[in-house]
Write a protein of this length. Sequence first.
Length: 158
Amino acid sequence: MISASPLLLPGQRLARGVCRHLLSLGFVTVEELVPAPGLRVDVMALGPKGEIWVVECKSSRSDYTADRKWQGYLEWCDRFFWAVDAAFPATILPEGSGLMVADDYDAEILRMAPETPLAAARRKVVTRKFASHAALRLQALRDPAAFGRDAALVAGQG
C-alpha cells in the first residue's frame, strides 16, 4: 500500500478511495451530505441510472460502535454500504448491508448491498439535495469570498 495521506483523517482517506472506485463504476459522489437534520452521510453516490448509494466509512471498531445513526440513512438511499480498511473486523458489521474494503486510493466491493428502491418523491428530494450540495461545494472552491468565513466549511475543507 502506498503511504497514507498525512492531511486526511482515516475516515477521509477511506472516503477518497471509495469515491475513486465509484467513479470507475460511473457514479458521481459527494462527501458529508446532510439528508435530514441530525444525519450526515460520509459518501453519497449518484449512479448512471439515477440510483443512490450511501457509504459509511468506519476507520475502527470504536468508530463503528459509536455510530448510533446509521440506520437513519437507509431511508435516503437505494443501497447502503460500509467502507472499512483491510484490518477492520468486518464480521461485526450487519449482514444486510453492503461492504467495501478501501484505502486512500481505491476500494473493492466485497458484498453488494441489497436494493431497496426509494419512492419517487424521496428520490426527487435526495437528488436535489445532492445537486445543491455539489454545486455549493464547487462554488465555494471557485469563489471563496462569496461565502466569507464559511467558504472552507462549505467546500469540505473545514
